[in-house]
Design a protein around this ligand. Structure first.
Ligand code: MLT
Length: 202
């Protein structure tokens, strides 16, 4: 494995027409978690999958939090920039276009922060169970970026008004946002998979 600034897994594309995916796991996950999901939702895409560098009681994450749903925003900013730098390194090392992020939970939150702070790092994003990562959203131009958000109406971690605010903030910055609210909780369901497959095929 190429030495880059994050422990990661990389699988080259078998279909050059498919965009590379940046797979970002949830709390307690690692670089292997979303590999199968990535293959299912965009067959043939290159898969770039880093492991979050923060450890919370031994569980990898992409940034520090003070409590569930309460983020250390200084760390969010630092880590979003660090991850965007890794994406730039990996693009050079593997010869990749800007990837589409596919993030779950903590991984979706860091992807949302990257969109706001380092929009050039991502071509777009699929945010699964995401919440507002920064209390004041930076001014950013997200024109031309497609964002799929899939939230759970019964998610005990993310109130619906929070994910709605994130969707409004991203579309207010010019992103082409599709926000789906499923009758489910924090975990992913079969409906997430169907929506992802459809969104990637469009
Ligand atoms: C976060 O910390 O990013 C969110 O609370 C989601 C989670 O990882 O549980």
């Amino acid at each position: 494995m190429t030495e880059l600034s994050f422990i990661h897994r990389y699988e080259p594309a078998t279909d050059p027409k498919r965009p590379p995916l940046l797979l970002l796991h949830g709390t307690g996950g690692d670089e292997n978690d979303l590999q199968d999901l990535g293959r299912m939702i965009s067959p043939g895409s290159a898969l770039l999958s880093p492991r979050g560098k923060i450890l919370e009681n031994g569980m990898p994450r992409f940034f520090r939090r003070l409590a569930e749903g309460v983020f250390d925003e200084e760390d969010v900013r630092f880590r979003a920039n660090e991850l965007a730098d890794f994406v730039a390194e990996a693009r050079k090392a593997y010869g990749l276009e800007a990837p589409v992020a596919v993030g779950f939970s903590n991984g979706a939150n860091i992807a949302a922060a990257m969109l706001m702070l380092r929009p050039e790092a991502l071509a777009g994003a699929a945010l699964l169970r995401a919440m507002v990562p920064l209390s004041s959203a930076p001014q950013v131009d997200l024109a031309g970026k497609r964002v799929l958000m899939i939230s759970g109406a019964m998610d005990p971690i993310i109130p619906a008004d929070n994910s709605n605010r994130l969707a409004a903030s991203l579309s207010g910055s010019g992103a082409e946002v599709q926000h789906q609210m499923l009758p489910t909780g924090h975990n992913l369901s079969q409906s997430d998979l169907s929506l992802l497959v459809k969104w990637f095929a469009e």
